[in-house]
Design a protein around this ligand. Structure first.
Ligand code: SAM
Ligand code: SF4
Length: 366
């Protein structure tokens, strides 16, 4: 249980934000007040993490998954997608593109693919570390603590695991246990922290059954967990999932149901910045999918400081279909790079230099 929700989530600019106030901002619709929220988040971003926008090259190296998450197109029972797993040499080619584009980090992401062994991932991380100066982020789902330890030992720097929602009952409906074993992602995030990873997490916005109070508590959890990275994006319906027929599977929460909208995503990005001023916060692809023209730019102007150009070879990208009609599906890595670099320049922001480590790391060492 979150011990000090009413007092701890405090960022002293114009006074602390407690749970009630966070929920109030989530429901806010007055454009002038929202404009003030965007300005405040942008100011806090500038004061705490500066003008740089860090680029994290994303490699979606396998779409095999043993899980049955009710929201995701990669879930094991979905027989309608063709599965792929990139061989290590092909992954390394993408990694070297990240170096050529000047990125500081690669993010290796996949479904929970248990056919990729602990040693294979450890060897991959070692090779990346030997051949480049890149920071390595892993996003491979729920794996055993000794696997996380082995990858950390091999040189992995960061781990991303969204807790998706802090409402336990909703979480269990969305994320059925595997082999009858319950998972507690808050405990997993603490294990990752103990192992010395920079820890990233986050939630989907507007998943059926999510209330405003749930989402306010999620944001409070960002501060409680002292996250280094916070990834949030709208829930987007995938037709081959149980949630696509939400009334049958999981009813929405009536008047309290959070919308899976672009506008709600900006509110959550801004509030995430206010409760965790020094965190790295991406403007996500899911947001760009709702507003291809300038969703990322607006995210970057309302608290975000990271973007994740896609390095996955185009022939695999369409198969990594967690939701349909993802933004930038057909782009090559170099087109993605050019497009994002132009967008960052047009905002008068700087391309991040170096690895873009969490500023919290230095504080924790003190
Ligand atoms: N398998 C790993 C995991 O679950 O952590 C990493 C890959 S998973 C595809 C990455 C994230 O995609 C999940 O944490 C979830 O928040 C997001 N996601 C999955 N299905 C989605 C959907 N339908 N709409 C929006 N985001 C979704
Ligand atoms: Fe698998 Fe991750 Fe999708 Fe769940 S969210 S089905 S673990 S890829």
């Amino acid at each position: 249980m979150l011990a000090s929700q009413e007092t701890k989530v405090a960022y002293e600019v114009n006074g602390p934000l407690n749970l009630t106030e966070i929920a109030g901002w989530l429901r806010e619709s007055d454009p002038r007040r929202l404009e003030a929220l965007w300005r405040r988040a942008d100011r806090v971003r500038q004061q705490n993490v500066g003008a740089q926008v860090h680029l994290r090259g994303l490699i979606e190296f396998s779409n095999y998954c043993v899980r049955r998450c009710a929201y995701c197109g990669l879930r094991a029972p979905n027989r309608r997608i063709e599965r792929y797993r990139m061989p290590p040499d092909e992954i390394l080619e993408c990694v070297h593109q990240a170096v050529a584009f000047g990125y500081g980090t690669v993010v290796l992401q996949s479904g929970e693919d248990l056919a990729v062994t602990t040693d294979e991932i450890a060897n991959l991380v070692r090779r990346i570390k030997r051949e480049t100066n890149l920071a390595v982020t892993l996003s491979l789902g729920e794996r055993a603590v000794d696997e996380w330890a082995a990858w950390r030992e091999a040189g992995a720097d960061r781990y991303l695991l969204r807790f998706e929602t802090s409402n336990r009952e909703l979480y269990h409906r969305l994320h059925p246990p595997r082999n009858g074993r319950d998972s507690d992602r808050m405990v997993m995030l603490s294990s990752l922290r103990r192992l010395g990873y920079e820890v990233g997490s986050g939630v989907m916005i507007g998943i059926p059954g999510q209330t405003y109070d749930d989402l306010a508590r999620d944001i409070a959890w960002f501060a409680e967990l002292d996250l280094d990275m916070i990834g949030v994006g709208p829930y987007l319906v995938h037709p081959e999932t149980p949630l696509a027929d939400e009334r049958a599977y999981l009813p929405a929460a009536g008047d309290d149901q959070v919308e899976a909208s672009e506008a709600m995503t900006y509110r959550v990005i801004a509030l995430a910045r206010l409760v965790c001023p020094r965190a790295n916060v991406p403007a996500t692809t899911a947001l760009a999918t709702l507003n291809r023209r300038n969703g990322r730019e607006l995210g970057l102007q309302r608290g975000a400081n990271v973007v994740m150009p896609n390095l996955t070879p185009p022939r695999y990208r369409a198969l990594y279909e967690i939701y349909p009609e993802k933004a930038c599906l057909a782009e090559t890595a170099s087109a993605c790079h050019g497009c994002l670099a132009t967008r960052i320049r047009n905002l008068n922001r700087e391309m991040g230099q170096g690895r873009g480590d969490s500023p919290n790391r230095a504080r924790r060492k003190d």
